[in-house]
Design a protein around this ligand. Structure first.
Ligand SMILES: Nc1ncnc2c1ncn2[C@@H]1O[C@H](COP(=O)(O)OP(=O)(O)OP(=O)(O)O)[C@@H](O)[C@H]1O
Length: 578
């Protein structure tokens, strides 16, 4: 938690003012029993109504002032805690954006979401409590003991005995419950995982009638958190009865020994009431201390989870950048030299010794069965992942030399899964190029075969797309993601199995439009359908992470068995030779 302490530096004023006013409130609280004692010992004893009213008024004033001071403290605590939470969330989000795919894969989306929400909330709460209670509660305990000593040193020895006993009870309960708070956060991650999977896959769950199964899964995850909380609850349940038992015995002792001292004329009756008040304040303050320990324990578990993200560094850094005049026209646009790749934690290579050259303006098809490594190969080009062995060159320069912005700007990527964001159609399309003109957008939409459906919408390009594009069909989403990639007129256009939701005629029209209109770009079409890639200038056939063949459709049909089998299983003999 110490590592996150620097976030408090923006709120120095609140951190000083808040506890200061809380301290003033606590001082007033310590004075109240004395006023009460004097009302009894002077006002009531001598039947002095004026004195009782005067001192009663003083008590109301002390209470009112205490309330004002508490509000000032609360105000400052809210500003500081909300502020720290906001800055921390922003920094965490910024840091997550800087990470590369291997770390994101490893930590997992759900855990990231829990950390940026739930864990930051725990820190926020701890900051608020730090300002409001960290000074006040111990001050009240120590202050009450001192005030009692001032009243009667001998009788106050009861306090000296009681405070350590209560502290031992607190320590026992806390030290046993602290480990559970750490486990609890990881269980919350699991709830988040199940919830997310359920919400994202709700259609599939209903289609397979798996609601009952999923409810059970959720209940199990939820039960794990409940079990932990109940275990902590059982431990904490000891706290109040044990503390109050000790305190009640102390009150009996105060009254027992105090009454003797009243008989001896050493103490007045009102002072005994003040003693009882102080011991009650001690008990309440100690319970607050216990809650503080719980809050800080939770916060420290959360801080560790947040720091884990901050300490995670990208597994590879961007390059220093390439000056554009250093590009040579004669180099291949894309060149892979003996590239192998394995995902973190995987013992097997997903790609093995891949080498090929692609030249500017070429259309390349990549085909292979599921899991053959097509998407993995594509992900290495814009450096989403780093080749485990070998090198990837774009425009004759190693991808490691480019800045991330430079390399990503070269690509227009249409991912396998169409992802759109909440906003209008035109806002989504401008992701491809922020300052795209309306003509550029309309051209891209036309090429992506999306013009008919966009123009059929009453609000055309201003039509709102809901979160994740859920108000569009699969094919409509795919066409918009294709248009988005085309808007920027990219150097290299990658279509990663991105026409799977298009009907045959639309797919054919799309390929034709790209071939005739996108002549400057290098186009890579990844597909499992031979029809989509057979007219490419060159086709790369992948099989279990190896290159099974490279060549034109005709060459591969003659020389590559894997390709021939794919074609024969998908195409009629007329289509094979067309
Ligand atoms: N994030 C990941 N972590 C670990 N292994 C992965 C990951 N992504 C893919 N793989 C593995 O890498 C191999 C290649 O997967 P890839 O997604 O590249 O195949 P693909 O040819 O694109 O398949 P498909 O056509 O089904 O999309 C597979 O064995 C897969 O299990």
């Amino acid at each position: 938690m110490i590592k996150l302490a620097h976030y408090l530096k923006h709120y120095k004023k609140q951190i000083i003012i808040g506890p200061m006013f809380k301290l003033l409130e606590a001082i007033f609280e310590l004075i109240v029993p004395l006023v009460m004692a004097s009302i009894i010992d002077v006002g009531i004893k001598h039947n002095d109504i004026d004195y009782i009213i005067k001192m009663g008024g003083l008590m109301v004033l002390l209470g009112f002032m205490g309330l004002i001071f508490a509000l000032i403290c609360q105000y400052n605590a809210s500003i500081a805690s909300q502020g720290v939470g906001t800055i921390l969330r922003n920094d965490l989000f910024k840091h997550i954006q800087s990470l590369t795919f291997p770390e994101l894969d490893q930590i997992g989306t759900n855990s990231l979401i829990t950390r940026i929400t739930n864990d930051v909330n725990q820190i926020q709460l701890a900051v608020a409590m730090l300002i409001r209670l960290v000074i006040r509660a111990p001050f009240l305990v120590i202050g009450s003991i001192i005030m009692a000593m001032v009243l009667d040193l001998k009788l106050s020895s009861i306090f000296i005995i009681v405070a350590p006993i209560v502290s031992v009870i607190l320590y026992y309960v806390m030290s046993r419950s602290i480990p559970f708070y750490k486990i609890r956060q990881s269980k919350v991650d699991k709830i988040s995982l199940v919830t997310r999977e359920n919400l994202e896959g709700s259609r599939v769950i209903r289609a397979f009638y798996k609601q009952k199964h999923e409810i059970n899964r959720f209940e199990a995850a939820n039960q794990e958190v409940t079990d932990i909380v109940i275990r902590v609850g059982k431990l904490s349940a000891i706290l109040n009865p044990a503390t109050f038992a000790v305190l009640n015995i102390a009150i009996i002792a105060i009254i027992w020994f105090g009454s003797k001292r009243v008989d001896m004329g050493i103490l007045a009756q009102g002072q005994i009431i003040a003693f009882v008040n102080y011991i009650t304040q001690i008990s309440l303050a100690l319970v607050v201390v216990a809650n503080l320990v719980v809050i800080f324990t939770k916060a420290s578990a959360s801080a560790a989870r947040i720091n884990e993200i901050f300490n995670t560094r990208p597994s590879f850094d961007e390059g220093n950048g390439i000056s554009f005049d250093s590009f040579s026209q004669n180099e291949p646009k894309i060149s892979l030299k003996d590239v192998s790749f394995s995902y973190d934690g995987s013992k097997e290579y997903s790609l093995n010794n891949i080498s090929f050259d692609i030249y500017s303006g070429q259309t390349i098809g990549i085909i292979g069965g599921t899991g053959s490594g097509k998407s993995t190969l594509i992900n290495l080009l814009p450096r989403f992942y780093e080749a485990t062995k070998g090198e990837v060159f774009i425009d004759g320069k190693c991808v490691k030399d480019y800045t991330f912005q430079q390399i990503r700007r070269k690509f227009g990527l249409v991912p396998q899964k169409a992802v759109l964001f909440k906003g209008t159609i035109s806002e989504n399309l401008r992701w491809g190029k922020e300052d795209a003109t309306n003509q550029e957008i309309e051209r891209a939409v036309e090429l992506a075969q999306a013009a008919d459906f966009v123009n059929s919408k009453p609000e055309k390009y201003d039509t709102m797309i809901e979160q994740g594009g859920k108000n569009l069909s699969g094919g409509q989403k795919q066409r918009l993601t294709i248009a988005r990639a085309l808007v920027g007129n990219p150097d290299i256009l990658i279509l990663d199995d991105s026409s799977s939701a298009l009907d045959y005629a639309t797919d054919a029209a799309l390929r034709k439009a790209i071939k005739t209109n996108i002549t400057d770009s290098t186009v890579i079409i990844v597909s499992q359908r031979a029809n989509c890639i057979k007219h490419a200038d060159n086709i790369i056939v992948l099989e279990e992470g190896h290159i099974a063949g490279i060549g034109t459709h005709e060459q591969l049909f003659e020389t590559c068995n894997t390709y021939k089998e794919i074609c024969l299983s998908q195409l009629s003999s007329e289509e094979v030779h067309k």
